[in-house]
Ligand binder design. Structure first.
Ligand SMILES: [Zn+2]
Length: 335
């Protein structure tokens, strides 16, 4: 009996140590997180060596801290032990601190890259968020969602739509915006998450004013597949037009989209994709997503994007007319 008790205590202590390690942030992660603050965002054309090296170092950091996995994808309980996750945690704290303290001047917009296709855009009196998701479980993502006056969700995949994040925004009285499909499925599903806040759905090519922000939606395929809905949202704030693509490909090259200032673009879209629109700046997203398989993020990283861009500019001499800016998690940009 005494022996059984001792074994129980032994495993309880081991369990506690393992659990405590999930909160521990090694010095290496802290140091790398501060290194990322030492450069500012730059366009790919004229990219300085310092910035380029740091982008590539991020890829290395990401891939070198890959743990052996039980399956091709990580199990939920494994995330908090990843150095990448710990780095993201530091950056989510930075975002939370900044979005609640930074004051934005009249007619200005500041954008933060959060994670995957998650972005926050803040004006003087509105905070607009896109595809915030805790696909890699994290309470801080739900805290960020509480600041969003409008939270746009492109589609229901877990790396774009997650119940705790949406619930948190709605419970804080915020507005969640989804695309309207024929049966209004996503709208109903989202509404069931909370009795508070409001859920608005926008149909294909419908344009509406939501809390003083002009919003237009475009139904697209999901990475070319018609089996799943995805919506592009075109949002106008402070005279600037921002387009968020989610995972959507559009095949009718719809000219109703018009001129766009900033495209928050899935890196998977072909680089020539927006030649049919006048676009000023492209911010490639959906990079370094930990909940996907390893093969996925071996393609979706900075190094691969830079290679793709270089190949593209060899073929298309005037490719530089659109600015491409790669951002780190937690980094902000005045747009
Ligand atoms: Zn996705």
């Amino acid at each position: 009996m005494k022996k059984d008790f001792a074994i129980l205590i032994f495993f309880a202590v081991i369990g506690l140590i393992v659990y405590a390690f999930s909160f521990y942030i090694p010095k290496e992660v802290h140091e790398f997180a501060s290194r990322l603050n030492q450069t500012s965002p730059e366009g790919i054309i004229g990219l300085s060596d310092k910035r380029k090296n740091l982008l590539l170092e991020f890829d290395d950091f990401f891939l070198n801290h890959d743990l052996p996995r039980v399956r091709d994808q990580y199990l939920t309980f494994e995330f908090p032990y990843l150095y990448q996750y710990k780095l993201l945690n530091i950056k989510l704290d930075k975002i939370l601190e900044e979005i609640s303290s930074v004051s934005i001047k009249d007619k200005q917009l500041k954008l933060w890259y959060v994670y995957n296709m998650g972005v926050v855009v803040k004006s003087k009196d509105k905070t607009l968020c896109f595809d915030l998701s805790a696909v890699v479980p994290n309470k801080k993502m739900s805290e960020i969602a509480q600041h969003c006056d409008l939270l746009f969700i492109s589609h229901e995949d877990g790396d774009h739509y997650s119940n705790p994040v949406i619930k948190s925004a709605l419970n804080a009285g915020r507005t969640v915006i989804v695309g309207k499909d024929e049966i209004g499925y996503l709208e109903q599903k989202t509404r069931q998450l909370s009795k508070k806040g409001q859920v608005v759905s926008v149909a294909h090519k419908q344009s509406m004013d939501i809390s003083g922000i002009r919003v237009k939606a475009f139904a697209t395929t999901h990475r070319g597949s018609r089996g799943k809905a995805n919506f592009w949202f075109l949002v106008e704030a402070e005279g600037r037009k921002i387009l968020h693509t989610g995972d959507g490909l559009i095949d009718d090259k719809n000219t109703e989209v018009g001129k766009v200032d900033v495209v928050l673009m899935n890196e998977y879209l072909p680089l020539e994709y927006f030649y049919w629109l006048p676009v000023d700046t492209i911010i490639p997203l959906h990079l370094h997503e930990m909940a996907h398989s390893k093969s996925f993020y071996l393609q979706a990283n900075y190094g691969e994007y830079l290679k793709k861009y270089e190949e593209h500019t060899k073929k298309v001499p005037d490719a530089g007319k659109m600015k491409h800016i790669l951002l780190f998690w937690g980094e902000s940009l005045d747009i």
